[in-house]
Ligand binder design. Structure first.
Ligand code: TMP
Length: 235
């Protein structure tokens, strides 16, 4: 398999099946646009297993995704998409960047959930943008933005409910979407959904079970990710 792209936490490999790619999770973990890095053996497999399950969960509730099938312990087959360079963050409670940006109290509830767009650009540090910026930069059409907002909100509400049943609060999460290679009009939820790309707090103690453990040196990342996988019944 040929390497098509290497990111901070994943590799994209070619697949012999036409129109498909292999998403392979690495053991690398980075924070602050790779200012902080580590290799944690076993992290890739956990992020892969959790992502596959969550992509299946949202897909079963009508959110189309790129996921096709599991390949091995750290990779899955996916439909090839043209990634729209936006990070869509949905927030159910305030944490992370929004707390600093708007001077909010950590844990403030957002009802309805807040949807934010960030322009996916490492060199610019993924700036927050609005819908007019998306149009001005030609990143997506107004129809695509509407569809993305609808799918992101739906996926968030499905996952929030899924995690509440596991005694976890889905504080916020980041989605990426792509245009299907075969039918450009079709928008698919792409990338991963894992504790690397979401905040999950224990519903009793508010303990973080996500990448904040690494970002803020709050304990052992693998223990946190294992606890999530365990509550999801994966291990
Ligand atoms: P933030 O509070 O730093 O803006 O992050 C919001 C959510 O999005 C959080 O769950 C982490 C996730 N996220 C990513 O997955 N990738 C990123 O590059 C950023 C900035 C956030």
């Amino acid at each position: 398999m040929q390497l098509l792209y290497e990111g901070k936490a994943k590799k994209l490999l070619s697949s012999p099946e036409p129109g498909m790619v292999v998403v392979q999770f690495k053991d690398s973990v980075t924070a602050g646009n790779a200012a902080k890095k580590a290799e944690i053996s076993g992290k890739g497999a956990l992020a892969s297993a959790i992502s596959i399950k969550l992509l299946e969960v949202v897909s079963a509730k009508g959110v189309p995704t790129h996921f096709v099938k599991k390949m091995d312990e750290r990779s899955f087959l996916a439909r090839q998409v043209e990634i729209i360079p936006l990070e869509i963050v949905v927030r159910n409670w305030a944490a992370g960047s929004i707390v600093k940006r708007l001077g909010l109290e950590r844990g403030k509830i957002f009802e309805p959930p807040l949807v934010e767009f960030f322009y996916k650009s490492d060199s610019l540090g993924d700036p927050l943008i609005g819908e007019s910026h998306i149009q001005a930069l030609g990143l997506a059409t107004p129809e695509e933005v509407e569809r993305i907002k609808q799918l992101a909100s739906k996926a968030n509400s499905v996952l929030k409910e899924y995690f509440l049943a596991k005694h976890l609060k889905l504080i916020d999460l980041k989605f990426e979407f792509g245009r299907a290679r075969k039918n450009h009009k079709e928008i698919l939820l792409a990338d991963e959904i894992s504790p690397d790309t979401m905040r999950l707090w224990d519903d009793q103690t508010n303990e973080s079970l996500d990448k904040d453990v690494f970002r803020e040196d709050k304990g052992d990342l693998l223990t946190a990710y294992r606890a999530v996988a365990q509550r999801m019944g994966l291990i």
